[in-house]
Design a protein around this ligand. Sequence first.
Ligand code: NIG
Ligand code: FE
Length: 405
Amino acid sequence: MSFDTVWTNGRLWTGRVGKMGIPDQIVDRGCVACTAGKISFVGRSEVLPTPIDAKRIIDVEGRLVTPGLIDCHTHVVYAGHRADEWRMRLEGCPYQQIARSGGGIASTVRKVRQASEEELFIQSARRLEALKADGVTTVEIKSGYGLDAENEAKMLRVARRLGQQCDVSVSTTFLGAHAVPPECSDKDAYIDDVITRQLPRIHGEGLIDSVDAFVEGIGFSVDQVRRVFDAAKRLGIPVKVHAEQMSLLGGAQMAASEFHALSADHLEYLDDEGVSALARAGTVAVLLPGAFYFLKETQKPPVDDLRRAGVPLAVATDCNPGSSPMSSLLLAMNMACTLFGLTPDEALLGVTIHAARALRLDHEIGSLEIGKRCDLAIWDVETPAELAYHLGVRPLFRRVWRGNG
Ligand code: NIG
Ligand code: FE
């Protein structure tokens, strides 16, 4: 057998999960081989016939090798910043009050609408580079700061272009139902616009991999979001939801039980029925500790209940200018452990195979298995727990995307 590249002498954390939900043991003196961008061998070096027949052989000298990391919830495409609002919040003004008085999401909407596609690309690429420096090889990117057909499409075109030009895979999410735009006073009328104008047109341009919505007092009601999801379902697009972040409205339960949502995200206020609904539907719970931290929230997501119910837990940055201006997935892992009580192993599963499942890409990425894309992160650490442990170190040695790197 002839390979394109073989990485030898690694300590492999495969991300494969056994029947009991326990990850495989580390494979010492392990090899990963790549052929045409896909993994064609993974396992102990002894198993490979010697001499190894490959165009390129890279000795990683005992370093830890994991699947490339996956950030399954970001708003990385945006313009400007909201440091002014952060100062107001530090002085005691609540996030929801800022949103209700025309700031918050609406202030980023103004900046995104003003920005050219090129400006938006340049500003967003900078944040994407920071994510990549943490070993990220796949990123989900949402719209939601355009809030009309033209600007939502502009955001998702930028997202697609990032995927074409930045050596990273991008999964796009249409989040037209993120907030009501400044020019519209009626939420139901805006939802009509999302369903009849934005969604069909932007889907027609091939820009939508999934549909998201924000169920919250400052966002939309369960009934309004149900209408959006019905429209997505008619077009055959999978859905996910921002839900139970600041209050319990039942958005996660609706999305899971009625639409088999890929994921429900935030979930600080999720109740028992919501947990059961996620478990039954196989919906991934995406934890976003960056937003919890940055908004100084105190109510934590019911991690013990989710775990007991067997709901897969993913972890993401929620990179956005208002509630989580964070472009480090390793830091999100640290916060998931320190703030929410995940184990370091759970945090790593949360940015690999469980994150892949939240994007319905678990057949292609998220673990080191033959046939999957050869996306790897090679680390200057001894143990997987160190990935979530070091703060601000960025222990990445080498990032491999589709066999390159
Ligand atoms: O995921 N929750 C809603 N949306 C974002 C925040 C958006 C913003 O404040 O700009 C979030 O936290
Ligand atoms: Fe978000």
